[in-house]
Design a protein. Structure first.
Length: 88
């Protein structure tokens, strides 16, 4: 009976040891190659919309223009001066 329990104990220890995860040694470092890909695209053509509102803000001042059909309004504020122009 002692021999059987001894054999079972040895087999269980061997099973536990054999199921242990093995550490793999890291392979030689891989060399990486960097590739540069150049893509050139053309800027889309700016659509000219005759009707609408445009606002321009810069160091020179503020310019606001609105056009609706034949009516247009333009406001320009710069250098301490204000100018408003309305065309119908």
């Amino acid at each position: 009976m002692k021999k059987i329990s001894m054999i079972i104990g040895v087999l269980s220890v061997m099973a536990i040891v054999s199921c242990k995860e093995k550490e793999e040694t890291p392979a030689a470092p891989e060399t990486t190659t960097n590739q540069t890909i150049e893509v050139t695209t053309e800027a889309p053509a700016a659509e000219k919309n005759p009707d609408g509102t445009s606002i321009s803000v810069g160091s020179d001042g503020v310019d606001v223009s609105t056009k609706n059909g034949t009516n247009s309004t333009s406001v320009n504020v710069s250098g301490g001066e204000a100018k408003v122009e309305v065309k119908k």
